[in-house]
Design a binder for this molecule. Structure first.
Ligand SMILES: C[S@@+](CC[C@H](N)C(=O)[O-])C[C@H]1O[C@@H](n2cnc3c(N)ncnc32)[C@H](O)[C@@H]1O
Ligand SMILES: Nc1c(NC[C@H](O)[C@H](O)[C@H](O)CO)[nH]c(=O)[nH]c1=O
Ligand SMILES: N[C@@H](Cc1ccc(O)cc1)C(=O)O
Ligand code: SF4
Length: 384
């Protein structure tokens, strides 16, 4: 056996025994180009998926709402954020939001996922916090049982800055209003050199980590994400995963009342993104082989700390998302009903997939399907 191959086999044996890999070991895995070795990595990820999350592929019936696309920030990778004067800028009013949820409930939705641009005009009595609270309170008044998964760490920081309030106060007040969990978006790549190039105005890595940790300590569960396939290299990808693993370890070891529910890999959609620095444009074509390998290495590296892994079907398309179920993923995410962020960036994979379609594609690869709630407290028996 070649030296490199032996090194990979040893690393995979260690991972198979659920011993945490070092960053260098994960980099060795991500550097593999030989098909046979990549298949071994896939098999290890698939075994760990089975051990850590079982054979069920879960999904949640949810309604995605991007309540405004007006955004004062200019992240270079984003095709969603607009200026007020842009022709296609919008803000949904509360009636629009309530109507969307009313329709979603008819399709069995248990969750509403809400995120938007950073829009300083949305205030009640000069307070952004009051505006965000009003959204949550109005939804919970009408639909007390719906789970509200909303407002990324970036949006929490935006509210704090607009109103000059501490992060802890903002999260506590949103929780009191009825916020149930927070999407772990705005993570992009947790490396400040990369952030300075792709989203210089965004919160830095430490602030993202601080907000997620704070949420956990206050009993708010979060998801976690990584935006991949832009300018980042494999070292930076592993550094990102390492931050997530440390963060989760801390939440568990400190016995915080909440933690990370799942990891979602978000491939960068570049089609409509003219603002992205042109010197990087040529490297931006989605390389699906690399995404599958990264999916497997994410499962292996995050190990027993984060058992739920989800692809983004809006970004990958349905059939590539199904393929990730063989590379370590155990969850299919949400039905969404509608989506604007990927669509405005140029994704052409649709914005709604029914629960029945999820069930059909999951069955087609001989796996069980199971609907779940946002926090993975399973709500139905194994079905296939
Ligand atoms: C559009 S923002 C909405 C919430 C908030 N404005 C923020 O930045 O956290 C949510 C996430 O969408 C993702 N996103 C934005 N543009 C994207 C693109 N072109 N391709 C893939 N994901 C993208 C980023 O990961 C970002 O954190
Ligand atoms: N909302 C978007 C998601 N995923 C969210 C999931 O549907 C769901 O909220 C989560 O699984 C809760 O546990 N993914 C995207 O790529 N784009 C979205 O807008
Ligand atoms: N999937 C994220 C939310 C998300 C929203 C928009 C995206 O473009 C990507 C992800 C979560 O549930 O935590
Ligand atoms: S990623 Fe979020 S903060 Fe950045 S421009 Fe887009 S909507 Fe605004």
């Amino acid at each position: 056996m070649l030296y490199q191959e032996k090194a990979v086999v040893d690393i995979l044996r260690k991972a198979g025994n659920e011993i945490d890999l070092s960053e260098d070991e994960a980099i060795v895995l991500l550097s593999q180009t030989n098909k046979r070795m990549i298949n071994k990595i896939r098999q290890t990820a698939d075994c760990l998926r089975q051990k850590q999350a079982g054979n069920n592929v879960t999904y949640v019936v949810n309604q995605n709402i991007n309540f405004t696309n007006i955004c004062k920030q200019k992240c270079h990778f984003c095709g969603f954020g607009k200026d007020v004067e842009d022709q296609n800028s919008y803000t949904l009013n509360l009636e629009n939001i309530i109507q969307k949820i009313t329709n979603a409930l008819k399709k069995g939705a248990t969750e509403v996922c809400i995120q938007g641009g950073l829009n300083p005009n949305l205030k009640i009595e000069k307070s952004s916090l009051k505006y965000y609270q009003k959204i949550i309170i109005s939804i919970k008044q009408r639909f007390p049982k719906i789970h509200i998964h909303a407002f990324s760490p970036q949006e929490i920081v935006f509210i704090s800055q607009e109103d000059k309030l501490s992060y802890i106060y903002v999260i506590t007040e949103l929780k009191k209003a009825g916020l149930d969990s927070i999407p772990g978006t705005a993570a992009e790549i947790l490396n400040d050199q990369v952030r300075n190039q792709i989203c210089p105005e965004k919160i830095n890595s430490n602030t993202w980590i601080e907000i997620i940790s704070l949420a956990h300590s206050l009993g708010i569960y979060t998801s976690s994400t990584m935006l991949c396939g832009h300018i980042e290299n494999i070292q930076e990808q592993v550094e990102h995963l390492s931050h997530l693993r440390n963060l989760q370890r801390k939440s568990i070891e400190q016995k915080y009342p909440a933690k990370i529910t799942e990891f979602i890999l978000l491939p960068f959609i570049s089609k409509n993104i003219s603002s992205f620095p042109s010197k990087y444009l040529q490297s931006q074509e989605l390389n699906f082989d690399k995404i599958f390998l990264l999916t497997a290495v994410s499962r292996i590296f995050l190990g027993k700390w984060i058992p739920n892994h989800q692809p983004s079907w809006v970004k990958l398309g349905l059939y590539r998302a199904v393929e990730t179920l063989k590379w370590g993923c155990n969850d299919f995410g949400g039905t969404l009903m509608e989506e604007n962020i990927s669509a405005m960036a140029g994704a052409k994979n649709g914005t709604y997939i029914s629960a029945e379609k999820f069930q059909q594609v999951i069955k087609s690869i001989n796996r069980y399907y199971k609907s779940r709630k946002t926090l993975y407290d399973y709500n139905s028996d194994q079905v296939y």
